[in-house]
Design a protein around this ligand. Structure first.
Ligand code: ATP
Length: 370
């Protein structure tokens, strides 16, 4: 069983304050994904001892009491700066809206950027927490604490934040190709197979990284709107899913119907393998082009997994359920293999589901299959 994000990095600092480094993880899923790679002893403010568990490009500071502090690598923006960046949060700048607020496209001027951030400025995505969102306040804090220190090519990068009066905003790297949800369900254009598999491989890498870090992180609410795409359709998992894993040890609210694993529905507990189940549901959406849950479908078909899972073990039936709009060639072997991995990800008993690293290996093999 994995730990929820609230216990991430709560490994006890050594009595001496000096740690030997742990560069690879020994987690039982066998994932070879180093996250925390070096530790050093530091004195920060007030002379108290802090442990820095540094990843390649970011660090996390943990106080002796175990409290995680905001990453010094994040930029602190003023509300005025972000108001200017988003042209006063005008509706035309809006990129989308989630459960906790609206997301705006913004432009940060060069003079406010560190030299390494380059150029005359940069486009960013600014998530403004809605004032009604009490739950969102904790979510906001979790993102600042955790995404400020978790760095991986398949996680959307948090650049900074703003906390002024009642305003809470997060500034993310901008993902110009939108979300997987947009490409699967909203954009009425061809969505080739090679892109679909590429995106799912990127998302699997992101999840495998979270699960494979020294203290595994469980993602909340994994779904296609959380899979964002850069200009090369490289998938990055959004910070939103990290947000809600507050201080409740695995009891976390999952709002989206259709993706939640049976054990979560039964107990309210999130497990690492619950993410694998949700990933399997998304795989089924990618194969079929149908939504995980649609109450408008006929009786017995509202839940995609309950409806179509029985088809996944038959070569012939898998071919029948594949999205007819898929452009670009894919062989029947590919469809069969996709059926197989989706079937095992969505096993009702979590013990029978693979780890994300194994899912990733299978998808990479499928990508190579002609
Ligand atoms: N970094 C980003 N770059 C580009 N677009 C983004 C970015 N972050 C979010 N968006 C857009 O804003 C939409 C809403 O994002 P948000 O994370 O708030 O909501 P969500 O995915 O529905 O999650 P939740 O339900 O947990 O709030 C996304 O679906 C996407 O279209």
């Amino acid at each position: 069983m994995g730990l929820c994000i609230s216990s991430l990095f709560f490994s006890s600092p050594s009595k001496t304050g000096l740690h030997s480094h742990a560069s690879t993880n020994n987690h039982s899923d066998g994932a070879d994904l180093s996250s925390t790679t070096a530790t050093t002893n530091k004195n920060v403010g007030g002379g108290s001892q802090f442990l820095e568990a540094a990843s390649e490009s970011s660090g996390v500071f943990i106080s002796d009491s175990g409290q995680i502090l905001e990453s010094p690598h994040l930029r602190v923006f003023s509300f005025l700066e972000l108001t200017t960046a988003t042209k006063n949060f005008r509706p035309e700048s809006m990129l989308g809206e989630g459960g906790f607020g609206k997301v705006y496209r913004g432009w940060i001027q060069a003079e406010t950027l560190a030299p390494s951030e380059g150029g005359s400025g940069v486009i960013v995505a600014v998530k403004r927490l809605s004032s009604e969102s009490f739950q969102g306040f904790d979510a906001w804090q979790s993102v600042v604490n955790f995404l400020g220190v978790l760095t991986h090519p398949n996680l959307v990068k948090l650049l900074g934040y703003c906390r002024e009066d009642k305003e809470r905003l997060l500034v993310y790297e901008f993902m110009p190709k939108g979300s997987l949800e947009y490409h699967l369900f909203q954009r009425n254009e061809s969505f080739p197979w090679d892109l679909r598999i590429k995106i799912m491989i990127g998302a699997a890498r992101g999840l495998a990284f979270l699960h494979g870090s020294q203290r595994p992180v469980i993602y909340r609410d994994f779904k296609p709107s959380q899979i964002l795409l850069d200009s090369n359709y490289e998938a990055k998992i959004s910070g939103s899913g990290l947000a809600m894993l507050g201080p409740s040890q695995g009891n976390s609210h999952v709002s989206t119907f259709g993706y939640a694993a049976p054990e979560y529905m039964a107990t309210g507990h999130l497990y690492i393998k619950g993410n694998v189940y949700s990933f399997g549901v998304v795989l089924l959406e990618v194969m079929t082009g149908l939504r995980a849950y649609d109450p408008k479908r006929p009786n017995g078909q509202a839940s995609l997994v309950h409806w179509l899972r029985p088809n996944l073990s038959s070569k012939h039936k898998v071919k029948q359920i594949m999205d007819k709009r898929i452009k670009g060639p894919y062989s029947s072997k590919v469809a069969t293999e996709m059926g197989r991995i989706t079937l095992s990800c969505t096993e009702p008993d979590l013990k029978n589901r693979p780890h994300m690293k194994e899912v990733l290996d299978v998808l990479e093999n499928i990508q190579r299959t002609k």
